[in-house]
Design a protein. Structure first.
Lengths: 530, 537
């Protein structure tokens, strides 16, 4: 094994792998170092229970940038996305709300709750698409620096300004509200059905320490309309073989392009000589050298664990420490002996194939948040459930199933006197009990369960404070403020050291845009230097 | 009275004699017009009035400190010359903790730092840093607040120029503060306070500025923006305390006198119940008496919803506009309790006899979480049982307000949601009125145990009263929530932030327009400037 490369990528998560693949395709000699035994970071599949393949952390895909799928030819490397159809929200009243991709069906279903809302729902969809057309290019754009007078930066700002001006005043109005309002305030303007608003607003809080009534949560509603699979708008899906299959496909493409990937290769330090990154020290002491270091782990690890403070400007370090993580979610993965049986829609059926959302009312969501504000996990949490084995039988033995439950809120910082190691199982029980209120048979069909707390996410996946997006997706941490004001262009105060993880623009979720944009910036600099 | 309309001097009618209406009236009169101000109650002032609520006891009925009024306006109106006497005690605010500690912040930063040092030396230094950054940033915002929001689709030369000016001002901040400005706006004020300070009491008293009068808790994103808007008029980190001799009513009385001197006419007891519109243009107003007054321009100091959805027949507006305006949010969250006291209450946190710390504002809400929990209850339609309070005892600095040795106490209570649980807010608030007063007095009694026995009488003003008696729709004291999406070019609505309305010759000049935060006169002055441009056309 060589010990000198053009580029070393720290972390083999999906962004690190995308980053590596693009650099290798440009002819660079690239090494990826992954601490764990499996690739993919939070986008991994693991057989926790023999015969049951869990998408341990991240469990659905939607925002993976089409240009990346094309450039890296991922389908040829084994990527296959299976559609996830609809969202089913059971209600304590015995009623339910079941939205599917079939427009007519959804229209009738919503009309069952409110005719007005059924009409508004179509309007809302159209408006959202218009918003997406404005926001999408921004996802594939390197954030400008609003404080310089550099023409190139100003052009980018102007570009955004022009696009905004170009929108109809109706769309401008929506756009501005979307960027600033709370999910519920925004939805209140469109709909009257509580359960509909509650379920839709849920997408606004995922990965943040905000409630559905907190300003700034409306923007994330867009993400659910931005998703794109085979060009089909707002489609969500599973990867066949679990989320890890995405990372494996990217890794495969990277290897084909000549990338060397080492797992179980934790690093302990980034080597810096007179202000330049020169390489890394592995946990077992070996040193590996490279002209460029690209870190896909979060800034807290990169700049406070792997680098000594003396190498960094004081105010930069201050900003890094100020960057908010505050993990607010946990996960429960279960191996099931059968299917849950919902009181409000008994028996198996298509409603189990989509997302099952435990979000019966806006007040329910808000109270779940109130618990978290004071350092408790929600007594009655918001839960997003999927049963991938119904769509992809390969992940469970015949007749058996895997169930993935995303749970919010589970605050990383519990109130004084509580710690996650003690609360872990209580947290798991709360989730099971909550589900049992809607599907009582759940307790009888659990073969085995895996509880993942924010603390586990930090320990096992290196996600500081258990934030699944490597840093809260709140307004003051987006675009040119992400992760550090003035350092949103993937560069760092240390020459030849770059960031390419979810902590950079455009943020978390399996998008890959961060890794790609960072790679393009790195290549730009290398050319510039040459 | 000569037939209006034909009378050239009867060219502008202003609906409502609140402080913004009076400021607008002054500037129009100064420019040679003869505005007529129509105030529905028996005295001008709107939410800035002084009443005798108990024989011999006078008190600022609602607002009890000024924003303060923009210096330019004070100069132009020569308020001092018209009898206004400001009283600004050294102490701005004293925050009390239930554990018997008190933290006083003074106008003088160094002295404040001294006080803070008793809690945390680190916070003392941080306080001065914060004061410095906030001062620089708020200066820039102040410039923005003093301008008319630009027209986004077709910016005029003037717009581009003022945008350029603001842009320059922002650049002068330098990279660090420029980014602070960008970052702070959308933040939760609790996060902002925590970035600087470790003392809960200090965090809370500063965070309070970001939630006062809003439907936000300190953990709500965007509450830092409210702090910044208020800091623009008053850069003191925790807010200063500017009183007027004779209560806030004296401020609006002086404004009225200045407006009259400049040539404006003011009629009280004249309630406008409708705005007359012909061919999509305002032609005058209709009074409750049936009297009609014609005018070339109608300016409303009432809030946008009241003006355009109540006083105007909405059929004159596009459905789209009406819908947007219905979505303009105004959550009332503030109630007011005024007490006539037989003596000065003894606060356990203050060594007896020393009243100097009580001369500013008194802050109750010792922790961020205390404020947040008070907010939580209001989210579900209940008023806070352990409310956040801002109290003043103006009789300490202005003995004319109460008989010898007696005092008046003016208390803002938050959170009191306009919409109580249940569909009939009216009867609910009638039932809850006394319970509200109770929770305020009980809360204060934890800090001043002898307060209850000193109470001679109390005046309780619920959010419903604010709507019915003072015309504040939804009981919202700022004429609409201060929120990211209802600010600057979006106040009250995107495309309608320039004091005009879809109806020709009908203008807005109240707090529901930019900048519209508190008792500053900013909206009135900006509106006058824009309206004059049009009138001259």
């Amino acid at each position: 094994m060589a010990n000198s490369y053009d580029v070393i990528v720290i972390g083999g998560g999906h962004n690190g792998l995308v980053n590596a693949a693009y650099l290798a395709r440009a002819g660079k000699k690239v090494l990826v170092l992954e601490r764990r035994h499996v690739l993919g970071g939070a986008a991994c599949t693991e057989e926790i229970v023999p015969g049951f393949k869990f998408s341990v952390c991240s469990y659905v895909v939607s925002l993976l940038r089409p240009e990346i799928i094309r450039d890296l030819d991922l389908p040829r490397h084994g990527l296959e996305i299976l559609p996830l159809d609809g969202t089913f929200t059971p209600m304590p009243t015995g009623d339910y709300l079941w939205r599917v991709n079939d427009h007519g069906k959804t229209h009738r279903e919503i009309a069952r709750h409110s005719r007005v809302d059924a009409e508004a729902y179509d309007e809302f969809g159209k408006a959202m698409q218009a918003m997406c057309r404005f926001v999408k290019p921004i996802l594939s754009m390197v954030p400008p620096d609003p404080t310089t007078l550099n023409p190139r930066e100003l052009m980018k700002l102007l570009f955004i300004g022009r696009r905004f001006q170009a929108m109809s005043s109706y769309d401008q109005y929506n756009q501005v509200q979307l960027m600033t309002m709370s999910a519920v305030d925004f939805l209140d303007q469109w709909f009257e059905t509580d359960v509909l608003k509650a379920t839709m607003s849920a997408s606004g809080i995922i990965g943040t320490f905000l409630g559905v009534r907190s300003p700034g949560t409306a923007y994330v509603l867009l993400h659910h309309y931005m998703g794109e699979i085979d060009g089909a708008f707002r489609a969500w899906g599973f990867a066949r073989g679990g989320t890890g299959a995405i990372s494996n496909a990217i890794a495969d493409a990277a290897r084909e392009a000549g990338v060397e990937i080492r797992t179980q290769s934790a690093i302990s330090q980034i080597i810096i000589k007179n202000g330049k990154a020169r390489g890394v020290v592995l946990a077992h002491g070996d040193e590996v050298y490279a002209d460029v270091i690209s870190s896909s782990v979060d800034p807290r690890l990169t700049f406070t664990k792997f680098i000594e403070a003396q190498h960094l400007p004081g105010d930069f370090l201050e900003d890094v420490n100020r960057f908010k993580f505050r993990g607010s979610s946990g996960k429960l993965n279960m191996a099931l002996d059968g299917l849950p049986n919902f009181k409000c829609m008994p028996g198996p059926g298509a409603h189990l194939r989509g997302a099952i959302s435990i979000s019966p009312s806006v007040e329910y969501m808000e109270r779940a948040y109130d618990d978290a504000k004071y350092g408790n996990f929600s007594r009655r949490p918001y839960i997003d459930i999927v049963i991938p084995s119904l769509t992809d039988p390969s992940v469970a033995p015949p007749g058996k199933h895997v169930m993935s439950c995303f749970v919010q809120y589970a605050p990383y910082k519990l109130r004084p006197g509580l710690n996650w190691d003690d609360q872990k199982e209580a947290f798991g029980d709360t989730v099971v009990n909550t589900i049992a209120e809607y599907a009582p048979n759940i307790k009888d069909i659990i073969i085995q369960r895996q509880v993942i707390t924010p603390l586990d996410l930090e320990r096992e996946w290196g996600l500081t404070e258990g934030n699944i997006f490597q840093g809260e997706l709140s307004l003051e941490q987006l675009f040119f403020l992400r992760p550090v004001p003035g350092w949103a262009q993937y560069r760092t105060p240390i020459k030849n050291l770059y960031m390419c993880g979810s902590a950079t623009h455009p943020g978390g979720g399996i998008m890959g845009a961060n890794g790609r944009l960072a790679a393009l910036e790195i290549l730009k600099d290398i050319k510039g230097a040459a | 009275m000569a037939a209006p309309g034909h009378n050239k001097s009867r060219d502008v009618v202003i609906i409502g004699g609140g402080h913004n209406g009076l400021v607008t009236a002054f500037y129009l009169a100064k420019a040679g017009y003869k505005p007529l101000v129509l105030e529905r109650s028996s005295q001008v002032g709107g939410a800035a009035v002084t009443d005798e609520f108990h024989p011999g006891f006078r008190c600022s009925t609602l607002a009890h400190t000024a924003g303060p009024i923009q210096p330019q306006i004070v100069r132009d109106l020569q308020l001092e010359k018209h009898g206004l006497k400001w009283i600004t005690p050294e102490v701005c605010v004293t925050a009390l903790s239930p554990h018997g500690r008190a933290l006083s912040l003074y106008q003088d930063g160094a002295r404040s730092a001294q006080e803070i040092a008793a809690f945390s030396p680190r916070d003392a230094t941080k306080y001065l840093e914060f004061q410095h950054s906030l001062g620089k940033i708020s200066k820039v915002i102040a410039e923005a607040l003093a301008t008319t929001p630009p027209d986004i689709d077709h910016p005029s030369r003037g717009d581009l120029w003022s945008m350029l000016q603001t842009g320059r001002a922002i650049r002068r901040l330098g990279k660090r503060d420029m980014f602070r400005l960008l970052r702070w706006g959308p933040m939760a004020v609790a996060d902002l306070a925590a970035e600087y300070f470790e003392t809960e009491l200090l965090r809370a008293v500063i965070a309070a500025r970001g939630v006062f009068g809003t439907f936000l808790g300190p953990w709500s994103a965007g509450s830092a923006l409210v702090l910044l808007i208020r800091a623009a008029g008053d850069p003191h980190p925790a807010g200063s305390a500017s009183f007027a001799a004779g209560g806030m009513g004296a401020v609006t009385q002086a404004m009225a006198s200045a407006a009259k001197a400049a040539g404006a006419e003011i009629r009280t007891g004249a309630e406008v119940i409708g705005i007359r519109i012909r061919n999509e243009a305002a032609t005058g107003v209709l009074l409750s008496t049936g009297e009609e007054i014609q005018a070339k321009a109608v300016i409303s100091n009432a809030d946008p919803k009241r003006t355009l959805l109540k006083l105007t027949d909405p059929t004159h507006l596009s459905p789209d506009f009406v819908q947007k305006l219905q979505h303009y949010r105004g959550h009332g969250t503030v109630a007011k309790v005024n007490l006539a006291l037989a003596g000065l209450p003894k606060f356990t946190a203050l060594n007896n006899g020393d009243a100097s710390a009580l001369k500013g504002r008194i802050h109750i809400g010792d922790e961020i979480d205390y404020l947040e929990r008070a907010f939580d209850e209001s989210k579900y339609g209940n008023f806070s049982r352990r409310p956040y309070l801002e109290a003043t005892i103006p009789s300490l600095i202005d003995p004319t307000l109460a008989p010898e040795g007696k005092h008046v106490m003016s208390i803002y209570m938050q959170y009191a949601p306009y919409q109580l649980k249940g569909d009939w807010p009216k009867c609910d608030w009638e039932e809850q009125r006394n319970a509200l007063g109770q929770s305020v007095v009980q809360t204060l009694a934890q800090y001043a145990p002898n307060l209850p026995e000193l109470i001679l009488t109390h005046q309780i003003i619920t959010p419903l009263d604010l709507e019915e008696k003072y015309g504040l729709t939804g009981g919202q004291i700022f004429h609409g929530d201060l929120a990211l999406d209802q600010f600057f070019t979006m106040r009250p609505l995107l495309d309608w932030a320039r004091y005009r309305t879809p109806i020709q010759n009908l203008y807005l000049c109240g707090s529901g327009t930019h900048p519209g935060a508190g008792l500053t006169g900013g909206s009135g002055a900006n509106a006058a400037r824009e309206i004059l441009k049009n009138l001259k056309k």
